[in-house]
Design a protein around this ligand. Structure first.
Ligand code: AMP
Ligand code: MG
Length: 481
């Protein structure tokens, strides 16, 4: 077979170092593997020749077939609190780590398959994923990346040629995922529960080496690791809140140590601002509602802190006070990131007293008037062009504040338009694109992907991409397992 360009060279530093956290396993053979979509911009960013993605070699690497260059794959172990209850053994039930590779910038990545067959962690599951949800993860990840929000991304989606039994038989698919790593809070929970302090320490040192290398030589590095993860998660969730993103399944196994968004299941973007918004069909109690995301993140980080106690101090009792102090900072750190983000979106490059109220009052107004978050924020620049944007007295306060910026109107408009996106994956458009894609027509999916990967660039005849639709009352999203 003619090889178009070499695939990345894979390593298994994690599985070598921590064999109790990674089980060697094989992907299922796929009866008729086909490439559905590949991500050329991501491939280029990673130093992978996009043409290689369409090769037979890539297709066999992305499925269980042949895999000549990379016989070793691993299912990763983790535990996790799911909707508040602890499961001691979750792990990659339908996923495998193909390996780690280094991009031309020297950054290390994991390449991972989701939907590659049952593993020892599959419990009752069939090990499969279906096309709709995998394309959904692809689309959402690309939209988030384009909005500048840390996220895992998909390099490709392939169909396997096999069916997966759901409410009805659906085409089986595999998502080829790239992540800064697959270290999760749940990974630490699993390692901590094994009770081998040396392994826990090795895991923490590995995480530090990979994501926080500046801490590697620090004597206080485990407490500082906690602080650093708190910082990144606070920043991440602030970014989510600023664009109205609802993850939907903020279980501790879906919280990364790297600070990337991971595991796009029933996630969705909110239209009308309402803290109680829940889309996921399985989130009956609203535990993961839009407005609860910051406090849930803090709760998840407390579970992370618990795993680190024996590393933070020889007597874990002595670690409780500093760990608690670190966790208690979460709301302040979150609030700082959120307000910084709001200031940017309001065209403010400086901070003065009263800015926090200006931002809070705007959000309260959107909520009260049941306005769409993204299009209303984008319309702020229209106000500077002399249009009435319907926000009444609030705009007068904002005008007064803008005068302190001593910036020209053009400068302010360009700041606003660089900070407020036009296009996000609107729920009704996502549903429409996915149902046609599953029926074999990718044109709507491609068009939507094109818009949401250029979220700030207005194009002609695309107004419907910028507006909330009416997905109907009680719009629900499903995990799609
Ligand atoms: P998720 O909701 O995708 O984050 O998955 C939660 C847990 O369930 C993880 O341990 C997954 O590996 C496992 N899981 C989800 N769907 C399946 C499936 N179809 N087969 C096997 N395991 C699954
Ligand atoms: Mg998960």
């Amino acid at each position: 077979m003619a090889s178009i360009a070499a695939p990345p060279e894979f390593q298994h530093t994690y599985a070598r170092l921590l064999p109790t956290l990674a089980t060697s396993w094989k992907a299922d053979e796929s009866s008729d593997p086909r490439l559905i979509i590949s991500n050329n911009p991501l491939a280029e960013h990673l130093g992978i020749n996009p043409a290689w993605l369409t090769s037979d070699e890539a297709l066999s690497l992305f499925t269980g077939n042949q895999a000549a260059n990379n016989p070793e794959r691993y299912a990763l172990a983790y535990a996790g609190h799911q909707f508040g209850s602890y499961s001691p053994r979750l792990g990659d039930g339908r996923a495998l780590l193909v390996g780690e590779f280094i991009d031309p910038q020297g950054q290390q990545w994991d390449l991972h398959l989701k939907g590659s067959g049952r593993t020892p962690f599959a419990r009752g599951g069939d090990g499969k994923a279906t096309l709709g949800p995998m394309l959904r993860e692809y689309l959402m990840g690309e939209a988030m990346a384009a909005l500048g929000i840390p996220t895992t991304r998909a390099l490709a989606v392939v169909t396997t040629g096999d069916l997966a039994m759901r409410e009805r038989p659906l085409p089986g698919a595999i998502l080829v995922r790239v992540a800064a790593s697959h270290l999760r809070v749940g990974t630490f929970q699993y390692a901590a529960a094994l009770g081998e302090i040396d392994d826990l320490k090795t895991l923490a040192d590995y995480a530090i080496e990979r994501h926080y290398p500046e801490l590697a030589e620090d004597n206080d590095r485990y407490l500082k690791l906690l602080n650093a993860v708190i910082e990144r998660q606070a920043s991440l969730v602030a970014e989510w809140m600023l664009v109205g993103f609802i993850h939907g399944v903020m279980n501790t196994d879906n919280v990364t140590i790297s600070g990337e968004t991971i595991d796009y299941g029933p996630c969705a973007f909110m239209d009308v601002v309402d803290p109680q918004t829940v889309f996921s069909s399985i989130d009956e109690g609203g535990r993961y509602a839009y407005g609860r995301q910051p406090s849930i993140a803090q709760w998840n980080l407390a579970r992370f802190a618990e795993t680190l106690l024996p590393l933070i101090a020889t007597d874990p009792e002595d670690a409780i006070a500093p760990a608690t102090e670190a966790l208690e900072e979460f709301p302040n750190i979150f609030s700082r990131y959120w307000h910084d983000g709001m200031n940017q979106r309001l065209g403010l490059s400086t901070t003065v007293d009263g800015d926090d109220d200006l931002a809070n009052d705007l959000i309260a107004l959107l909520q009260e008037q049941r306005l769409d978050l993204i299009s209303t924020m984008r319309s702020l620049s229209d106000h500077l062009r002399g249009h009435d944007i319907g926000l009444g007295e609030w705009t007068t306060r904002w005008d007064t504040r803008l005068q302190l910026e001593k910036a020209s109107c053009e400068e302010l408009i360009s700041r606003l338009e660089a900070a407020n996106p036009i296009y996000i994956p609107r729920n009704h458009l996502v549903e429409e694109a996915l149902s046609s894609a599953v029926a074999g027509d990718l044109s709507k999916f491609d068009a939507l992907l094109e818009r949401v990967t250029h979220p700030y660039e207005r194009v002609d005849n695309a107004e419907h991409y910028a507006q909330p639709g009416d997905p109907g009352p009680g719009y629900r999203t499903y995990c799609g397992t």
